[in-house]
Design a protein around this ligand. Structure first.
Ligand SMILES: O=C(O)CCC(=O)C(=O)O
Length: 319
């Protein structure tokens, strides 16, 4: 072991042996800004991120949404071999672009076309929060974790709770291990009851999680970079049920106790308006679009534009 110079007996700055660097005494100072390095770079948690006034605006807006219960596979074609048709465990609503389960989700580089369908923009109060989050990510994360063009233009809103199965309430508040394939960091806001969120090593799902984090009411979680985003999978194993209260919109046969908003980035070249989808993709999601259009001027206009294109095409064919 190298001996350290004793304090008070410095060696000459030159002409003798080089003076060893001082060893820090006591706790290291917290770094308040600048990129974090090491394992934790790319994973951050902030309780109480959402302010009281932001929460009020969020609750008012969420209360008016009409989430969808999607089927995992298309109901227009046979289910893929070896797969079983089932409804998703929870109702969802997407902003920016809607990744319908039956279209297979956006999964670059394997699947990028005809799966991210243009959806409603973020409401202004949410866009403001997103701009703050983007700034935070750009200052806290290593620049190499943030791809060129990255900005949070997609939001998946997950509703977690109990589902009425015709006889009893079933707790379906969980999501299995998966990756978010969208490029760059993702940000997640939690509202309502606490959720147990875990990062797990791919291929070692039964082993102890790499990290477990309770996601609390009004918290923000950020993660990005090759380790947290690609090497590990993440899951929600359970959501507490302490308050016995519901939040969010009224959803038939469902009692919501947690809402999660996960923000991601899908390059705009990969976001397709409904009218430009392949005929097969259009047919797969036609009923969902019609349901959404009942409550949304945006989706009604998307459907009308597709009808117009179809009419023009058929006129051209007949001419
Ligand atoms: O609800 C959460 O906290 C996580 C949601 C999630 O993993 C996802 O939407 O991909």
């Amino acid at each position: 072991m190298r001996k350290l110079a004793k304090p008070g007996h410095p060696k000459p700055a030159h002409g003798g042996r080089r003076r060893p660097r001082p060893v820090p005494q006591g706790p290291l100072l917290e770094r308040s800004s600048g990129p974090q390095r090491g394992l934790d770079a790319g994973c951050a948690y902030e309780p109480d991120f959402v302010t009281a006034s932001q929460r009020q605006a969020l609750d008012a807006w969420l209360g008016k949404l009409h989430p969808l219960w999607e089927q995992r596979y298309s109901t227009k074609r046979p289910v893929p071999e070896g797969k079983r048709q089932h409804g998703l465990l929870r109702p969802v609503y997407w902003l920016g672009n809607w990744q319908f389960a039956c279209l297979g989700y956006y999964e670059p580089p394997r699947r990028t076309q005809h799966c991210a369908v243009a959806a409603e923009p973020f409401p202004p109060m949410l866009q403001q929060m997103v701009s703050t989050i983007e700034r935070r990510i750009r200052t806290q994360f290593p620049a190499s974790y943030v791809p060129s063009g990255w900005h949070l233009n997609t939001c998946l809103i997950n509703f977690y709770g109990n589902r009425w199965d015709g006889n009893r309430w079933q707790d379906v508040a969980r999501v299995g291990e998966h990756r978010d394939f969208e490029p760059g960091p993702v940000a997640s806001i939690s509202l309502g009851e606490r959720a147990l969120f875990q990062f797990v090593q791919r291929g070692q799902l039964a082993a102890a999680p790499v990290r477990t984090q309770w996601l609390e009411n009004n918290s923000l979680q950020l993660f990005g970079g090759p380790y947290w985003k690609d090497d590990l999978l993440h899951r929600v194993t359970r959501v507490e049920n302490k308050l016995k209260a519901t939040l969010g919109p009224t959803i038939s046969d469902f009692a919501t106790r947690r809402i999660n908003l996960t923000f991601r980035y899908v390059p705009s070249v990969d976001v397709t308006p409904f009218r430009a989808l392949s005929p097969r993709a259009q047919s797969d999601i036609a009923e969902y679009m019609a349901t959404l259009a009942k409550h949304s001027a945006f989706f009604a206009a998307q459907l009308a534009a597709a009808t117009q294109v179809a009419m023009l095409r058929s006129r051209d064919r007949e001419a």
